[in-house]
Design a protein around this ligand. Sequence first.
Ligand code: SAM
Length: 194
Amino acid sequence: MSDSWDQYAADWDSNEDVRAYADKAFASLTEVVNPAGMRVLDFGCGTGQMSERLAPVVQALVALDSSEKMIEVLQAKQLAGLNTLALELTADSIGAEPLLQQPFDLIVASSVCAFLPQYEQTLALLKTLLAPNGVFMQWDWQSEGEEGDFGFTPQRIEAAFEQAGLETVSVSEAFVMRSEQGEMTVLMGVARNG
Ligand SMILES: C[S@@+](CC[C@H](N)C(=O)[O-])C[C@H]1O[C@@H](n2cnc3c(N)ncnc32)[C@H](O)[C@@H]1O
C-alpha cells in the first residue's frame, strides 16, 4: 500500500485551491453527464472532494484511494451511501474486492492520473470496471509536452484511451486555475467503454 499521500490528508480539505478545483471539475462533469441514478467510482478520491459533490445525487458511490489516511478523513465525513476502499488497484485487488464486482456507469479521476506511475495500465484496469457504454472522466494539469513538464498533453490522453480500448468522447480545456504563480489549465478527458 502506498503511503506517499498520507502526509497531505489532514490538511487537504483546508486548501482553498483543492476545493475550487473540485467545484470546477464537478461543474464540468455535469456539462457532460447527468450522474443522477448512476453507480459511480471515485478513483483516487483523496478526502472525497468529488465524492461529497456526487453522493447526494448518485445511486451508489464507491471511493477508492491508495492512501489510508486520505480514506480515514473521507470516512469521518460519513457521507450517506458511500463505500470506501483503501487499496492499490491491481488485477488481483479487483478480483478480491466485492465492491468492485458490479460494473460502474461512471468512473471519475480528479487530479489523479498524472500521478500514476503506470497511467495506461491503470486505465486498462479501470476499463474492466466500467459497464458497457460506461463513462470514464479525468481532470489533470495540461502540459506543453516539454521535457520535465508535469501533466498531460491532449494527445497523450487520447493515445492512452485508445491503448486501453476506450473510445475518446472529448479531451478539452475544462477550466483554468489562477494563483500568484500564474494560470494553469486543467484538461478534462472523457472516454466511453464502447
Ligand atoms: C492530487 S490528489 C487528488 C485527490 C482527490 N481526487 C481530489 O480531487 O481532491 C491525488 C490522489 O490520488 C491518490 N492516488 C495516487 N495514486 C493512486 C493509485 N495508484 N490508486 C489509487 N489512488 C491513488 C493519492 O493517494 C491522492 O489521494
